[in-house]
Design a protein around this ligand. Structure first.
Ligand SMILES: [Zn+2]
Ligand SMILES: [Zn+2]
Length: 357
């Protein structure tokens, strides 16, 4: 007695679960796979990091990506429902720019004698990093720099750390290959860079992306033939708060409003007083867990009508405020722009540069 596929009516096997194998691969995925992988790759010798260990690679970056993808996906692939096992076979890599590759893999699943196959896309981001043996060889050139990346407030979250790593890993070749090591510490990230000009460019990129403060200091080690040798230390404090983030220091509660003229602008969440603080003072603040006493909302400034300023909230409601009730804390009021707004006792405090949205 022949079986009939309930989806296409075919009597042709093999069947997997209730469906014919062709319908199966259309309805189910053959395997659960991660959508993105990160590859730590040493551009100096071609080694890459596999499950915590540096292993020697095939010598070409795209080949290393392919090899790595097959090994890691083969290990991480979980067979989908109704299948006994899956394997990852062939892979084709395509460079997408900015240190990222798309890898097309063939995933084959099996149940009994029946086989199904599908092609899947996985993104592999290459993070250039010197392997320990190249690191040993390269250190001591006398032109090194360290970029210390620290958050403005509290701890650097995992999200920020990943974003910083991705930013460094997707810089131009010359900058990426200058990065000797990347160390995650409790207080932030230390990036050791082979040459000082590359370090300055990278530090500026970080500042450009996150905003914040950059300062330099130089530790002289020796002078050889009139050449100053030593380690340049670039300290970057990145802005890891958004307008409206509630911060705490003792019993004080303030909203982060932005940065102006090298100072951090804060708004007292209870009194509406505007305060400017320097970096050292702000480092004492932490993110507060609770909600502020006033109401935080995103508003778009529509313009002025009959002496009132008109705003629209995210639900599309129009709110009117007298000119006196509206206080611009950071940035400028521009028609059609969005702001983080804080409503406290009939006063409306606006924060942020005004972003499109
Ligand atoms: Zn079918
Ligand atoms: Zn190496």
């Amino acid at each position: 007695m022949g079986r009939i596929c309930p989806r296409c009516g075919s009597e042709r096997g093999p069947f997997i679960g209730p469906l014919c194998s062709r319908c199966f691969s259309e309805v189910y995925r053959v395997a659960e796979l991660p959508e993105e992988l990160e590859l730590r790759y040493c551009r100096s010798c071609g080694a890459y990091k596999l499950l915590g260990e540096w292993v020697s690679g095939p010598g070409e970056e795209g080949e290393a990506v392919r090899e790595y993808a097959i090994l890691v996906l083969g290990q991480k692939a979980k067979p989908s429902v109704h299948l006994d096992e899956v394997s990852v076979r062939d892979a084709v890599t395509r460079y997408e720019g900015h240190g990222a590759y798309t890898v097309l893999v063939k995933v084959r699943g099996r149940r009994g004698d029946a086989e199904v196959e599908e092609e899947r896309k996985v993104r592999v981001k290459v993070l250039a990093q010197l392997c320990p043996s190249c690191l040993k060889r390269k250190s001591g050139t006398g032109h090194q720099a360290v970029i210390q990346i620290r958050p403005l407030i509290g701890r650097l979250s995992e999200e920020y750390r990943r974003e910083i790593e991705a930013l460094l890993g997707t810089s131009e070749e010359r900058l990426r290959s200058a990065v000797i090591s990347l160390e995650t510490l409790k207080e932030g990230i230390d990036v050791t860079v082979e040459d000082q000009s590359a370090a300055r460019i990278l530090a500026n990129k970080i500042k450009g992306r996150f905003g914040g403060f950059v300062s330099e200091s130089f530790k002289l080690k020796s002078i050889r033939g009139g050449e100053r040798r030593g380690v340049l230390s670039i300290s970057t404090r990145i802005v890891n708060a958004e307008p409206g983030s509630l911060l705490a220091y003792g019993s004080q509660r303030v909203l982060f409003a932005g940065i102006g003229r090298g100072r951090v602008i804060l708004l007292d969440a209870y009194s509406g007083e505007v305060m400017e603080r320097d970096l050292e003072e702000v480092s004492k603040y932490k993110f507060a867990e609770e909600s502020p006493p006033g109401e935080l909302m995103r508003l778009r400034y529509l313009g002025e009508g009959e002496g009132e300023l008109l705003f629209q909230d995210e639900e599309g409601r129009v709110l009117e405020f007298s000119r006196e009730a509206v206080r611009m804390i950071s940035g400028r009021l521009r028609q059609g722009q969005n702001y983080m707004a804080y409503l406290l006792e009939n006063a409306l405090y606006l924060m942020g540069e005004g972003f499109e949205g």
